[in-house]
Write a protein that binds this ligand. Structure first.
Ligand code: FES
Length: 170
């Protein structure tokens, strides 16, 4: 039987120290969960199972609860993502302003399903809940930066740039 995943499996002492400091600064360990998850995601690209179990151990939450919170926090990624992450708001104001067309355009360009890595590793497209730019619908997050209103032409410019980058020799 394999041993359970532990914090040490992160294999990054600086990261572990940063996470422990976040928990220590928190009034109760569980309150640090979002900061712990986003710090882990910044360091590892997404929340893999090692990161999930480490977050659970650090905060005293069960792995099942942390998994639920990963679903709740819409910026948390549970799978590898492309170098650029396009989060297109599909809540009501953006939906009415054409978000579904933008989602379809971006997904078609990526060549893969929503949430998967396409365009030679360059792009992941995901729908997202309201990002608070309803007055600028349709809105989206481009690598965490808010933008809106976005139309098919401006979206195409990002996509074409990322496609060009994807084909550049590394
Ligand atoms: S509904 Fe899209 S930003 Fe609020």
């Amino acid at each position: 039987m394999s041993s359970p995943i532990s914090i040490a499996d992160l294999q990054d002492t600086a990261l572990i120290a940063r996470l422990q400091a976040l928990v220590a600064e928190s009034p109760v360990p569980a309150a640090a969960i979002s900061a712990v998850l986003y710090t882990l995601q910044d360091a590892r690209g997404y929340i893999d199972d090692v990161a999930l179990h480490a977050a659970a151990q650090l905060t005293g939450l069960s792995p099942v609860r942390v998994e639920e919170l990963c679903t709740f926090y819409s910026l948390v990624l549970r799978a590898p993502a492309g170098r650029h992450v396009l989060r297109i708001c599909d809540s009501i104001a953006c939906h009415l302003a054409g978000a579904q067309d933008l989602l379809a355009q971006a997904q078609a360009y990526s060549g893969v399903a929503l949430g998967e890595v396409g365009l030679r590793g360059a792009l992941t497209v995901v729908p997202h809940v309201c990002i608070g730019l309803c007055d600028r619908a349709p809105a989206l997050l481009v690598d965490g930066e808010a933008a809106g209103p976005v139309d098919a032409t401006s979206l195409a410019q990002w996509l074409e740039q990322w496609e060009a980058d994807a084909w550049k020799p590394s």
